[in-house]
Design a binder for this molecule. Structure first.
Ligand SMILES: [Zn+2]
Length: 471
């Protein structure tokens, strides 16, 4: 039966405690959220979708080239929807011929993407990531950031036994739409809660399974207590609802909250029934599946690496303006486009003449200086720092100034990657690290992040992040 063969979760490392928010504002607009995940200044829903999808694909029993459908979902695309999924395909080196779909504009978008992949033929990838924003004084309080990815195929480890929908007009309710800054997060009325409860209850009740049998459940959650309040007409146990409730630890992650809750439940519970209940834009969807799955990244939900409120405001870009002055290294869009394989996937060239390696694989061979057609291959994503420097405030090239304002000083390193053809060395920014703690000899791993925005287009590429010692 068709369903999940692998999955992955990505949650940014930093957390903001709701207590810290309350100290800053004297009020708490995030009841039911203990702490929330905070994206770094160079992360957005695309980079989180890539990170989650990479984890899912690495655990999937198939080659990336076998994927036939890619369905993405987010309410906060950093680019036009078409650009979002096409960059996902490019960054993950999926076949250019995949069928693509993007669901957006409502918090049930994850269900739409999953349904699309379940209806398709052949292996499919679903990536859902979100980082909603609102006015810092109030609407923003519960909003977190994270991503989830699913590899869907026949002969599933976790078969999806049924999907059900319920659609009804709920006049006067505006659940978060694209571009709105958190319209649905404040002062939810009894009327609104009843509308969500009725829709989710109807969808879950239409499933071909008895919800009373569920050992796991992930239900629409704007905070950690919401799922319990909207499931009281269903026969779900509170123990099962607890397995899929994650908003108390990562915040309201828009379209990604229920997908992450579902994976958290599947990772935690045994071989029985798990249900998911989605809501958004007046529609509810329900999904029933059976079995358990070990999901990489799920333990990140529990991270407790906290930051203070002023750091949060900077990372989120609330206290800097995002515009970067002109000048700096202008890389034209066509030039940037030609370099995508090396920027996302570290594609290097092996010389057919001398067997040496050249990175990037342009021009003459760096070993024998012959003009050759390189045999392209992907360098390993894990490497070693050979030299490092810290770019302090004010020292960054203009195109990086916005990132620096938000993220503070950062480290730039020369990283070497060992390949079968010799070492590739390249300069790269170091992400997610105190720049003073980065040292020669450290092991680092590649991650796709936002590099900068130029001509209004965000540019993405590889940075490296430190690998924690596993001793
Ligand atoms: Zn050569």
């Amino acid at each position: 039966m068709r369903g999940l063969v692998a999955a992955g979760v990505y949650v940014p490392r930093f957390r903001l405690e709701t207590d810290e928010l309350e100290r800053a504002w004297g009020t708490n607009r995030a009841a039911g959220v203990e702490r929330k995940a905070v994206p770094a200044a160079d992360e957005d829903s695309l980079t989180m979708a890539i990170a989650a999808a990479r984890r899912a694909l690495e655990d999937a029993p198939l080659e990336r080239g076998a994927i036939e459908t890619v369905a993405a979902a987010t309410t906060t695309p950093p680019l036009e929807e078409g650009d979002f999924v096409s960059r996902l395909v490019r960054a993950l080196d999926l076949p250019a011929a995949v069928a693509t779909a993007t669901a957006t504009q409502h918090t049930a978008a994850g269900a739409e993407a999953l349904a699309r992949a379940l209806d398709a033929d052949g292996p499919a990838l679903v990536a859902v990531a979100d980082c909603p924003e609102g006015t810092p004084a109030d609407a923003d309080h519960p909003f977190g950031a994270a991503g989830a990815a699913f590899v869907i195929d026949d002969d599933a480890v976790v078969p999806v036994v049924d999907v059900a929908w319920h659609s009804d007009e709920t006049s006067g309710i505006r659940f978060r739409e694209r571009g709105d800054r958190g319209v649905d997060s404040l002062g939810i009325t009894t009327y609104e809660r009843d509308a969500v409860r009725e829709a989710v209850t109807a969808a879950v009740s239409s499933l071909d399974v008895d919800a009373a049998d569920a050992v796991g459940a992930a239900v629409h959650q704007r905070d950690g207590s919401f799922p319990y309040r909207i499931t009281n007409e269903l026969s779900l146990s509170s123990e099962s609802v607890a397995t899929g409730t994650v908003a108390d630890h990562i915040g309201d992650v828009g379209a990604a909250t229920v997908p992450i809750g579902l994976l958290s439940a599947l990772d935690e519970v045994g071989d029985d029934l798990t249900v998911a209940g989605f809501f958004g834009g007046g529609s509810a969807a329900a999904l029933a599946c059976e079995g358990s799955l070990s999901v990489r990244g799920v333990t990140d939900i529990e991270s407790a690496e906290t930051i203070d409120y002023s750091t949060y405001l900077r990372e989120r870009g609330y206290i800097v303006d995002g515009e970067v002055a002109g000048g700096g290294a202008n890389v034209s869009v066509p030039n940037w486009q030609r370099g995508l394989d090396r920027r996302y996937r570290l594609v290097a060239g092996a010389c057919p003449n001398c067997g040496g390696v050249t990175f990037p694989p342009d021009g003459a061979c760096q070993e024998c200086h012959a003009r050759v057609e390189f045999d392209e291959f992907e360098a390993p994503r894990t490497g070693t720092i050979r030299a490092v420097t810290v770019i302090g405030r004010g020292g960054a090239p203009p195109e990086f100034a916005s990132l620096q304002q938000r993220d503070g000083a950062y480290a730039v390193a020369i990283v070497s990657l060992e390949t079968d053809y010799g070492s590739v060395t390249l300069p790269a920014q170091i992400a997610d690290a105190d720049p003073q703690s980065v040292a020669v000899g450290n092991t680092v791993v590649a991650t796709v992040r936002r590099i900068y925005t130029q001509e209004g287009v965000p540019r993405y590429g590889v940075k490296f992040e430190p690998v924690a010692d596993t001793d």
